[in-house]
Design a protein around this ligand. Structure first.
Ligand code: XBP
Ligand code: MG
Length: 253
């Protein structure tokens, strides 16, 4: 196995728990703006999360939950406009500090940088959402910590397709063996493993029952010194919080 060179992170659910109190809320605000009574409850949203991408998710919702909806002639344009409104609400929520990073994320990113690892992002979410999260949690300069931010419609086929990870690898001129991926969901690991990347999973409330077969380890969180993770599945190689040593051990195992 070549030496580990780069860490590639998913965003939603991995860096921060953005779905329930961020994206879901922003979709509902956009629907209300448009005079629609659509209500994406916490429960319904679990089903909607089976489809990645906000525009794709809205189409899925219409097909499954609103079959009687009188569709406008330009449905794609209608959805794209609503999605723009959603993005504005979402970035506004983040600018108010609505969503913190998950435990251990900031520590791990800083350790990786100190030790000279290359960082990238591979996400389905809109680029403006990544920027809003990074800027409002880690500061403006954190945008430069990631040499590639592969996001949103930059590839036509979203997760679970491997395309977004393939794109990031190509941009970094690295092979899958040089890297490790960080994900939180079934669609995420299908995408990363589809690109042949070893993958570390942290679960969250929406994904704890997902199938993570093939992950190098499944954790409840990265943890912090003195505030350990719980191992759901896999060998933590003697560690109780996720740091670079542990990631290297998982990568070379
Ligand atoms: C994240 C998503 C995103 C967000 C919404 O998936 O599915 O669609 O829910 O983002 P992953 P947009 O973490 O697997 O990348 O509305 O900007 O599409
Ligand atoms: Mg995710």
């Amino acid at each position: 196995m070549p030496e580990l060179q780069a860490l590639i992170f998913d965003v939603d659910g991995t860096l921060a728990d953005t779905e329930r109190d961020g994206h879901r809320v922003a979709f509902n605000l956009a629907f209300a703006d448009a005079g629609l009574d659509w209500d994406w409850t916490v429960d319904i949203y679990e089903d909607l999360l089976t489809v990645t991408g906000g525009k794709e998710r809205m189409k899925y919702f219409l097909d499954k939950y609103k079959p009687a909806f009188d569709e406008p002639e330009d449905l794609n344009g209608y959805i794209a406009d609503m999605h723009k409104a959603k993005t504005a609400h979402y970035t506004e929520l983040l600018s108010k500090g609505a969503i913190p990073l998950r435990p251990g994320v900031e520590r791990l990113l800083k350790e990786a940088r100190e030790k000279g690892f290359r960082l990238a992002i591979a996400t389905t979410t809109t680029p403006a959402n990544v920027e809003a999260l990074l800027v409002h949690t880690l500061g403006k300069e954190s945008m430069d910590w990631f040499e590639v931010i592969a996001a949103g419609d930059i590839v036509p086929a979203k997760k679970p397709a491997p395309d977004i990870y393939d794109f990031a690898l190509e941009k970094m001129n690295l092979t899958a063996e040089d890297c490790i991926a960080f994900e939180d969901s079934r669609n995420g690991i299908l995408s990363s493993m589809g690109a042949n990347l070893k993958t570390i999973i942290t679960i969250n409330d929406y994904t704890r029952d997902h199938d993570f077969n093939g992950a190098v380890i499944v954790l409840d969180q990265y943890g912090e010194p003195g505030s350990p993770f719980t191992v759901i599945e896999g060998d933590p190689h003697g560690h109780n919080y996720l740091d670079i040593d542990m990631i290297k051990a998982l990568h070379s195992a």
